[in-house]
Ligand binder design. Sequence first.
Ligand code: GDD
Ligand code: MN
Length: 250
Amino acid sequence: MNPDLPPGPRVCVVIPTYNESDNVVQLIEGIRQTGITGLDILFVDDSSPDGTGESVLAISSREKWIHLLSRKEKRGIGSAYQEGIAHALANFDPEVIVEMDADLQHPPETLSDLMGAVASGADVAIASRYVPGGGVGGWGLARRVVSKGANAYAKTMLRLPVRDATSGYRAFSKAAAGRLSSAKLPATGFEFQVAALCLLKGQGKIVEVPFVFQRRIAGRSKLGLGAVLRFFFKVLVMAIFPPRLEWRKG
Ligand code: GDD
Ligand code: MN
């Protein structure tokens, strides 16, 4: 940490993992090198067979800002985010909550832009591929078409006022994170990203900051054909039954 930097807001970065053991050490170093102070990182691991959870646990015993929430079985990225955000709010008293992938496709340097946007009054700051200055690295035609198609479909069906509705790299104000975690979204998979925007639109300021989605170096994507088909179906269901803030516990 850089002692010359003024202390920032307390931030918890929630990172879901499934078989990311070749990425977590480098990711933690990348986040450390941003020099951002006041950070906690919460990994939400679904008992990855490759030992990701054990690696994180070993690091967390030496580094007090690294935490592990371990779940017994693979229950989806959206479910990991919902449980992770609730756990972070209950345990770390963060002023900002960030969601970020573990595989280095989300560059740590963008963290300060996301946090700056929340500090300037945004409730949701999205790291966006589809605003000027943003982009994707190393994607073939098929993935580009699927991403653009999924975005256009979700934005139209759910009337989402953003350019990149499916990005999984975001920061939330404490108020927005609280709304998210009490709403209990019916979105356990990759549809969580659009479900969250559906819930939070009209509830505060949403802004986008550009970033370039990096090529995956190690490990493999979990977003296969089944997840894409499920996404299209889930968006249709949400268009008919929009997630609402009233869907609170009880
Ligand atoms: N705990 C847990 N459980 N983590 C999971 C699960 C799960 O069931 N499925 C995926 N993850 C973790 C991965 O280990 C990774 O850290 C992160 O979630 C993203 O998964 P990837 O498989 O790398 O997704 P991607 O790169 O194909 O998709 C990314 O870009 C999409 C937009 O194009 C993600 O950011 C998506 O959220 C985003 O919609
Ligand atoms: Mn990825």
